[in-house]
Design a protein around this ligand. Sequence first.
Ligand SMILES: Nc1ncnc2c1ncn2[C@@H]1O[C@H](COP(=O)(O)OP(=O)(O)OP(=O)(O)O)[C@@H](O)[C@H]1O
Ligand SMILES: [Mg+2]
Length: 235
Amino acid sequence: MTMQSSTVLECHSLSFAYRGGAGAATILNAVDLTLPGGERVAIVGESGSGKSTLLHLAGGLERPSGGTVRVGGRELGALGERERTLLRREQMGIVFQAFHLIPTLTALENVALPLELSGTARGAAARELAHAQLERVGLANKPDRHPEQLSGGEQQRVAIARALVHRPILILADEPTGNLDSRTGDAVFQLLLDQVQDSGAALLMVTHSEALAARLDRTLRMVDGRLLAEATDDR
Ligand SMILES: Nc1ncnc2c1ncn2[C@@H]1O[C@H](COP(=O)(O)OP(=O)(O)OP(=O)(O)O)[C@@H](O)[C@H]1O
Ligand SMILES: [Mg+2]
C-alpha cells in the first residue's frame, strides 16, 4: 500500500560545507524541501551548484553540516550507520549517471540484490520478482547478460529495475540519462517516469535538461547552494 499523501522526504534548513583550506566552502545553504508521496521533482542548476550533494544528503550517503533529513518520517541523523543503511535499502532506490551495476552479477542478479539485501525476498522468490521487474523495463529476454554485454541504455534499464524492485517510497536519480545519447536517453527517461508513476514512489531527479525537467511535477533550481522554486505558470 502506498500512502500518496504522506510526506516521503523532508529536508529542513539543510547545510553542507567541506572543511579545511582557506575557510570552509559552503556547498548547501539552508535548503528546505518537502516531497509528498508520488510527487516527481526535478532539480536543475549549473555545474558545481550542489545538486549531487543534495541527493547524497537525502540518501544518507553523506552527513549534513547542519539541518535535518527525514525519509518516511524518520530522521537520518538520529539513526546509527546500520539503521541508516537498512532504511536506505528498504525505502529508497538510487539511479546514478554511470549505472553502477555490479559487473560480476547478471542483469537478473543485479535486480534481485536489493530484495536480498532488504530481506524483502530471497532465493527463487527474489529471482521471480526480479524477473517480473526486468520484464517491466523490456529486458525479460536478457536476464543472464552481464553489464558489459548490455548497451548503455539497457544497463540503465537494469538500474531502473533494480531501483524499483523492492517498492521503495523514494527514488533518487542523479542525471540518469547523462551518459546516454539523446534518443536513448529520452526513452530511458520516459521509462523511469512511467515506472515511478506505477510504483507510487516519489522521485527527486537531477537533470541538466530543462525539457526533461518540464515533464515532472515541479522544478527547483539550485543556485550557489540555495534551492529556488521555478515559476510554473507555463506548465
Ligand atoms: N571534496 C571536496 N572538497 C571541496 N569541495 C568539493 C569537494 N567535492 C565537491 N566539492 C564542491 O562541491 C560543489 C558542489 O558539488 P556537486 O557535485 O554537488 O555539484 P553538482 O551541482 O552536482 O554539479 P554537476 O552538475 O557538475 O554534477 C562543487 O563546487 C564542488 O567543487
Ligand atoms: Mg552532480
